[in-house]
Design a protein around this ligand. Sequence first.
Ligand code: PLP
Ligand code: COI
Length: 371
Amino acid sequence: MAVRSAAAAVAASNDGQHGTQHGTQHGAEEGEIVTTQPDTTALPAFGTVPAPVMVVAQTTDGVWGPARAQPVDELRIHPFAHALHYGTAGFEGLKAHRGVDGVVRLFRHDRNIERLRRTAQLLHLPLPPAELVDAAIREVVAANLDVTPPAPGALYVRPLLLGTEPNIGAAAAPSSDALLAVLASPVGDYFSGGGRALTLLIETDRPRTTPQFGEAKAGANYAQALTPTLEARARYGADQVLFAPDGEVQETGAANFLLLDDDRVVTRALDSTFLHGVTRDAVLTLARDLGYRVEERTVTVDELRTWDGEAALSGTAAVLAGVGRLVFGDDTVTLGDGGVGPTTTRLRDALQAIQRGEAADVHGWTEPVNG
Ligand code: PLP
Ligand code: COI
């Protein structure tokens, strides 16, 4: 796949064919006017365009060195590196949002740093100091401000952590060394089709991940979710799989799952089986602020079959995406009118208003980044 230039992608997103602007374009025919609607697909597919600067740090004999900004390019990794053979690879995902005032703000990146360190512990990798990751994230955003698109786009920040010890004998031993690369990419919607409601296949047989990696953001989890996800797409036209081993709902391959109605938001309580989403926490907090009752508890597949309300997926990439259909094998349940529900829209708007600096940040979630 060709790697597109971030500057070109963002120029495309700023040219009036994208974003919140409604405009008119003069078509090829004399006098013909084509009305342009907000088009969140003007940015290239999520994650396909690297921002020009990355920030890299690594350990020597297990001790972390400084984080250095450099042009995005191939990483030098020994072919014997632990991550390449034994899967000691983890990552994070967070966003910096350009507000209506032009200011670019990071959203709750302290939570992502905590979670990266949790993943590092579970992978038995040298623990990257929180201050090092914080500095690297700030630096990567500051260096890529020029390619940070306006809303609904954002700069997606992807810290990547790899075990680098060159030792193919270390199958049952941790990697003594690691590399942290903080990458960035100008992005639009993760789910194609703008704000359309998603279809989820309910999977009760196969787990998303092994029990000990549920709360790790390890690359291996995404590899494990691939077969069920590809099959769900091919057989049922589903967008995502909702993993519910033993009839208890956990999450999808790349986002947390919530049930909503006019009074409440219901989601699985935090435990070691799933990734503790930063967006999940923010949405629950905003729901409480707006007077919804929040229930963190077990959600069963039986409850899903009879749920008379909305459902949504929360995540950095997903934001708060509405779910319109749940597929239980041969049986499909349509939620509401099959579109994005009103509580989902209300909470998504509240979240994005804070991220974009349009609403008071009463919880102190955002931090401006200057060049
Ligand atoms: N669950 C999984 C498996 C994910 O990959 C993600 C995305 O990061 C989430 C949940 C949502 O987490 P967050 O809201 O922190 O992005
Ligand atoms: C995120 O939301 O940041 C994710 O990591 C999801 C995905 C792109 C894997």
